[in-house]
Every structure is written in C-alpha cells, then in structure tokens.
Design a protein around this ligand. Structure first.
Ligand code: KG4
Ligand code: ZN
Length: 332
C-alpha cells in the first residue's frame, strides 16, 4: 500500500496531507484569513499566499507524519476545477517534487475528492450512493457508482449554495465566509420569514433568486426600521438557512426517488451546516436513508481528501503526465 504526499491549493486554503496504507497521517490546512476584509476570495492575493505558504505547509505535514521524502511513492495534486493561479502554485510545486524525488504524479479532480472524503474513515458507503456536494463554488447531486465512476444528476444553474450563504451574509454585514456565521446565529431558532424556493426543472438548482428576494425584503424593512437587520439578525439567518436546506433536500429526495438509491452522502463546505445535518437525520428516518457524513475537517477544502483520492488512483495505476496544466472549470 502506497505512501503519498497530497497537495490542495484550488481556492484560498493551502493544504498538504500524508497518507500511508490508506490512513491519514497528517492533514495541515493553512487558511487565508486575509480575504475576510474584502468579502470574498481575491484570486491574485490567493495565489501569492499559496506561494508563501506551500513550503511551510509541506514541511509541517511531513514533520507531523514522521514520513521522510524518500518514503513517498507518489505525489497527488488537485488539477482543477478552481482558481488557475492558485492551482498553478500547487501543481508546479508537485511537479518539482515529483521530478526531484523521481516519483509519479497523480492528478485529482477537486469535486471528486470532496466525494471521496467519505472513504477516509468508517463507516464508508457502499456503491452506488448519491452525494450532495455543496461548496462555495459548486452545488451538485452526484450518483457515485465507483471511486472514479460518477455522474452529475443535477447542479446549480447560477450561484452555489455556499455562495448564497456568503452573499446574503455580506448583505447583512457578516464577514466572509458567512456560511458558518449564519449557521451559528441560526442555532436553535424557529425561522419566521419565508423566502421563495426557485422552481427549477429536473434535479437542478438555482440560488440567485434567493439573494434578490432577501435584498428586496431587507430594503422594504429597513425603510420602516433602519435597525431592522440588527434586531432581527438571528431570524434572518435562520430563515435563509431554512430556505437553502429545504431547496437542497427537496431535490435530494427527488433524486433518491428517481434512482431508488437510499445511501446518501454529503460533501463540501456547506455540508458542515448544522441545519442540513439535522434535516438529513430526520430524512434518514422518514425516507429510510442511510446517511454518511464525513468528519467536518474533511468536508471543507483539505488535502486529506486529495490523499484518499490519490490512494485509489495509485492502486488503479492511473498516473498523470508531468506536462499537465490546471483547469478552471469542468466536470468528470
Ligand atoms: O468546500 P469549501 O471549503 O470550499 C469550496 O470549494 O468552495 O466550501 C466553502 C463554503 C463557503 O461558501 C462557506 O460559507 C460554506 O462553505 N460553509 C458553510 C458552513 N461552513 C462552511 N455554509 C453553511 N454552514 C456552515 N456551517
Ligand atoms: Zn472545495
């Protein structure tokens, strides 16, 4: 069984993980808090930060794992989708290391890795299962037939679920990323505001209407009471969260009925949301679902998910060319 060094740098987190015999020995994530004051990720800033961080993060991951570079069998790295400048830093570093150690490279699709995070720890789902992948850049329902045999059954036509959290958060004065803050403020609150759920055919999603609905609603309320947001902050958060969770789970139920698959996984940053996790627990009873939730540290961007994906590609003998270039968008 191989020992791999895995690198993830697709967005704003630099992360490196070491995996040996399918066991994660280290998973170091360096988050770029600098973006908070800009209300989003600034691509140019992100790539420069990756450049500053990557050496340090690699050393820390190696140190924690007690693995020496000569014991590494291959280097796994995120090729895309993501920010090109950020991906390029991880990819260039991986290529340099692979050449230097004379070891093969393995390319990883970021969204597949989010899904394969389910295989880091027990309980691991059997195939086939459905995965709701919800992050800052993606919202997808994926049918997973095997480690690298996946098909997208539905996806967002505009904003991603995480983007919806972040954009509404910005409107109500919260820092970026707003998803976890909204989650905290919404805790244990019964929402009283109702926002419309977009009527999108098939298994696709749309979240841009929610943002507009909240904007118009707030404008109207602020005209009556300039302190409306401050005095109703938790209720606004709980109501928006309720809307997003309902949108996601309605389509997931539809996908389960259409495919007959009742094994359900969740992946991506938004899968950390407590409202979503709570709703899935309810559905595991009412829909007779077996729900799989990776540990929260493996749901937001991290290199452990790249490492486990790399592990299975290594076993399949699926190696990449040293000439590979990153890609910003694209399915699998
Ligand atoms: O997967 P991820 O770390 O990065 C991307 O690949 O996008 O996801 C980040 C997204 C952000 O939009 C963030 O607001 C959201 O995940 N997020 C949450 C929570 N934790 C992170 N959204 C709602 N509730 C949370 N607890
Ligand atoms: Zn991600």
């Amino acid at each position: 069984m191989p020992t791999l060094l895995a690198i993830e740098s697709s967005c704003d987190d630099t992360s490196v993980s070491i995996i040996k015999d399918a066991e994660i020995l280290s998973n170091v994530v360096s988050s770029q808090i600098d973006h908070t004051k800009y209300g989003g990720v600034i691509p140019e800033l992100a790539s420069r930060k990756h450049l500053n961080n990557i050496n340090i993060v690699v050393k820390e991951a190696l140190g924690k794992s007690k693995i020496k570079t000569e014991d590494i069998d291959a280097i796994a790295v995120t090729r895309g989708p993501g920010l090109l400048g950020s991906l390029l830093v991880g990819l260039s570093f991986a290529k340099g290391l692979a050449l230097n150690l004379n070891k093969p490279l393995i390319e990883i699709h970021h969204m597949q890795a989010h899904i394969l995070a389910h295989f880091i720890d027990e309980p691991r789902p059997e195939f086939p299962f459905l995965c709701l992948t919800v992050s800052g850049g993606h919202t997808q329902i994926v049918q997973v037939d095997d480690y690298f045999d996946m098909k997208i059954l539905g996806e967002t036509r505009d904003d991603a679920a995480g983007e919806a959290f972040d954009k509404v958060g910005k409107m109500i004065g919260l820092d970026y990323p707003a998803g976890p803050i909204i989650d905290k403020l919404a805790q244990d609150l019964v929402p009283t505001l109702t926002f419309p759920i977009a009527d999108v055919p098939d298994l696709d999603f749309s979240f841009s209407g929610l943002k507009t609905a909240v904007l118009y609603f707030l404008r109207k309320e602020i005209a009556r009471d300039p302190n409306y947001i401050q005095t109703n902050l938790s209720n606004i958060c709980a109501s928006v969260q309720h809307n997003i969770v309902a949108t996601l789970t309605q389509k997931l139920i539809k996908a389960s009925h259409a495919t007959g698959i009742t094994r359900i996984g969740i992946a991506g940053g938004v899968s950390a949301n407590s409202g979503l996790r709570h709703k899935l627990s309810e559905l595991s009873v009412s829909e007779n679902w077996q729900v799989y939730r990776p540990a929260i540290k493996y749901t937001t961007d991290n290199a452990a998910m790249i490492a486990i994906a790399g592990h299975y590609k290594y076993l399949a003998g699926d190696f990449a060319s040293i000439d590979m270039i990153p890609f910003a968008k694209g399915g699998f």
